[in-house]
Design a protein around this ligand. Sequence first.
Ligand code: IDP
Ligand code: MG
Length: 151
Amino acid sequence: MTLERTFIAIKPDGVQRGLVGEILLRFERKGFKLVGLKQLIPSRELAEKHYGVHRERPFFSGLVDFITSGPIVAMVWEGEGVILGARKLIGATKPLEAEPGTIRGDLAVDIGRNVIHGSDGIETANFEIGLWFKSSELNDWNPADHCWRVE
Ligand code: IDP
Ligand code: MG
């Protein structure tokens, strides 16, 4: 396993439903490290770049409408294997197929309102982190309980 960073965003439905704390808790409790966090209403240009791979899909414009409809909480989390680990915490894209215990499995039913985004691989993570954050918005720091974590 290598030390990685991944881009995670709580989508407008998660913010509107008051799920920000619940979601942050799951990542913190797991043992991942928060290195960047901000709330913003994404521009259409930013949302279209973020979901560029889905540009030809029928749901694309509705997805961009939704993502730009209100504040999202954008984050970067760091840890060993955090990219796949975060996808496991998040659960399957279709919330009804997501396992109970996952964020989508516990908190959502609709694929168009599935609460959270997570990068799906190293290249995507690097692209998305660079798209949403300036390097000055990301912090290198060592948790005070560092010595209790497995090296
Ligand atoms: P992911 O978020 O699990 O990585 P992707 O396949 O990358 O899933 O799709 C991006 C987002 O687009 C999904 O989270 C979901 O909100 C939306 N989406 C994907 N497929 C559909 C669909 O068939 N109908 C409506 N929205 C969809
Ligand atoms: Mg995806």
